[in-house]
Design a protein around this ligand. Sequence first.
Ligand SMILES: Cc1cc2nc3c(=O)[nH]c(=O)nc-3n(C[C@H](O)[C@H](O)[C@H](O)COP(=O)(O)OP(=O)(O)OC[C@H]3O[C@@H](n4cnc5c(N)ncnc54)[C@H](O)[C@@H]3O)c2cc1C
Length: 403
Amino acid sequence: MDLKSGYPFWAVKNGLMSAFPAVKADLKCDVVVIGGGITGALIADELITSGFATVVVEQRDIGWGSTSASTALLQYEIDTHLLDLVKWYGEENGVMAYQGCSDAINALAELVSEVGDVDFARQQSLYFASQPEDENTLHNEFKLRHKHGFKADWLAANAVRERYGLLSSGAILTHHAARIDPYRMTYRLLERLVTRGGQVFDRTTIEAITTHENGVTLRTEEGVKISCQYVVLAAGYASQKWLQQKVAKNLSTYAFITDPMDADTLGALTTTMMWESARPYLYFRCTGEGRLLVGGEDDDIDIPTKRDARVEKKCQKLINRIADIFPNFELKPTFSWAGTFAETADGLPFFGPHEQHGPRVLFAMAYGGNGITYSMIGAKLLREQIQGRQHKLAQLFSFERLS
Ligand SMILES: Cc1cc2nc3c(=O)[nH]c(=O)nc-3n(C[C@H](O)[C@H](O)[C@H](O)COP(=O)(O)OP(=O)(O)OC[C@H]3O[C@@H](n4cnc5c(N)ncnc54)[C@H](O)[C@@H]3O)c2cc1C
């Protein structure tokens, strides 16, 4: 599956940070994680910390899937409003999902403090009304979040204009968000895994998964067998290939990044990431070097050849949108790219077993705009599942909600 087009910035900036071998001989372990992206790395880290002999297997190079294309805004406010989650799944579940994402940002911050140097920074997040008609919904969303203790302010049109130079009829300013270099974080976690006795193999494709009563056997493209107790399928947007049931829809999404800009020009953007109420939404944030990273312009379907051809045109549309908002910016994109992106119908991820494969094959489908925060939740959720315990979000994030 071709996951990206153009030049994803993180891979260009960081290059191949470490070399890992391909698997050559049969081996045994407790858990195999299929997929060396940010999801696989976070899960493998959680497993090895809990004492499981863990092996990560990646068909490309580490971090070379969607992780290298990610714009990596870390937010607890997910693409689906709390208002909608409460309507569909009840107040307790909706709040639990939002709280889980909020906790995940803190858990990521803690991990970063251990591995270091991944361009992580705490940020604020401004969610602004794209059109006056959206103001009421956003205000109701703010009130519901406020009621449940999520730290945020409501900014009326004047305040949005004064503080951010943005024309909008209202916005939610959230105080709990962050940014990260997801590619670097993936390498840091997997390098640490190896120092803790785990194994990482790249250029190794898993072709078959066979479950039996006491374990699972995996076969690589070269015919090497890996035996384990559990498999975690953290294969990103390719995970759907292992399921007959369609659980998500693939889209294409676009992004570009500028050269570093000075702090005076960037103003509030140095501390505040922004996104809007329209769907698909425009979003933007700064990197630690002062580069502006902008994303959006999603296509409703993902056809890699069309996506490849559209990168430049979509990038120009993103530039025009930013120029409308911040006419003083001189925007010169240094790199632009596109990536596959998957969405579930309700914006929530899937973590856990599917009846097609039984209890030993655990899916990690961190789908949606908050894929990375979801992956952090999934790491803890799946580790608890393997330990025979039930995480509080296990039921809501399971495939059961599809029935
Ligand atoms: C442009 C863009 C912007 C985004 N912005 C954000 C954002 O702002 N915030 C956020 O939280 N999320 C964002 N996301 C989503 C986020 O990037 C993803 O959730 C995350 O990168 C997915 O990581 P992953 O490890 O699950 O998938 P991947 O990085 O794709 O890793 C899965 C890996 O599995 C490997 N694999 C697949 N099949 C096999 C096999 N059979 N054998 C061996 N290996 C296999 C693949 O090669 C791949 O490397 C964005 C995504 C894109 C594309």
